[in-house]
Design a protein around this ligand. Structure first.
Ligand SMILES: Nc1ncnc2c1ncn2[C@@H]1O[C@H](COP(=O)(O)OP(=O)(O)OP(=O)(O)O)[C@@H](O)[C@H]1O
Length: 253
């Protein structure tokens, strides 16, 4: 059974058709990336997968069941880290578990157990303002991962970081995925990021968005900094770029 199965999904807001006949499947342990032009509907798609909104047509199935917030199958990391400035980093990372009804002590213990792996050891009692941009994003990811849900949605997690920090974070995430094998759907505007991290890159058209190309990334795992200059990397970037720019990607409303 697919972890995520999006079947002929359409979504409109009044007269605005945002998604049309969108199909996409993600298998357990797969890292999928979704890339598309600005405003093509990537956040709308995530809202459907996390059950915050419903499709106008078609179906969104998470582990075979219609997507719903109540099913607790999807963990969503939004673009902004949304860490509360008045809570310590540990309390911030335990927040999702607490909201799920886990007792505070246990929630903190479960989050704390991941701090070293996320490069945050020693910062449990710090406040978010004391962290660098990259550390804040790692804390936000920790808060998402600790929920141990079957599907992780990452919405441009590194979009706000400077280019060097972003590259470091991408390499770090590649290493983390290698160890944990989460099922991930990453939304990004960054072709390089999609190719480095994903098994499959789904390229969206302009609105109404549909998947115009599904690109399998031919690079072996584990991946690292050397992959950025590998011939297969550049060739895949080119294929994704052409799909983004190609004639079928430009639709008139
Ligand atoms: N609740 C809503 N009501 C009306 N229109 C909406 C709603 N949510 C999104 N839209 C519209 O749908 C379109 C797609 O928005 P969405 O945020 O999904 O795009 P996106 O691809 O995530 O954008 P970006 O790449 O800029 O982050 C936009 O034109 C937006 O104005």
């Amino acid at each position: 059974m697919s972890s995520l199965h999006i079947e002929d999904v359409g979504k409109s807001f009044d007269d605005l058709e945002v998604l049309r006949d969108l199909r996409l499947s993600v298998e357990p342990g797969e890292f999928a990336a979704v890339i598309g032009p600005s405003g093509s509907g990537k956040s709308t798609l995530f809202n459907l997968v996390s059950g915050l909104d419903r499709p106008t047509s078609g179906r969104v199935l998470v582990e075979g069941e219609p997507a719903s917030v109540a099913s607790g199958k999807v963990a969503y990391m939004p673009q902004k880290d949304l860490l509360f400035p008045w809570r310590t980093v540990l309390d911030n990372t335990a927040l999702g578990l607490e909201a799920q009804g886990v007792r505070k002590k246990e929630a903190r213990a479960r989050a704390d157990a991941l701090f070293a792996d996320f490069g945050l050891d020693g910062f449990q009692q710090a406040y978010p303002s004391q962290l660098s941009g990259g550390m804040r994003q790692r804390a936000a990811l920790l808060r998402t991962v600790v929920l141990e849900r079957p599907v992780l949605l990452l919405d441009e997690p590194f979009g706000a970081l400077d280019s060097l920090t972003r590259t470091e974070m991408q390499l770090w995430l590649a290493g983390m995925w290698q160890r944990h094998r989460w099922t991930v759907v990453l939304v990004t505007h960054d072709i390089r990021e999609a190719v480095l991290l994903a098994d499959t890159v789904h390229v969206l058209s302009r609105r109404p968005a549909t998947v115009v190309r599904r690109v399998e990334v031919p690079l072996a795992r584990p991946r690292g900094a050397d992959d950025f200059t590998a011939p297969g990397f550049t060739a895949t970037e080119q294929i994704v770029l052409e799909a983004l720019r190609g004639p079928t990607a430009v639709r008139t409303p």
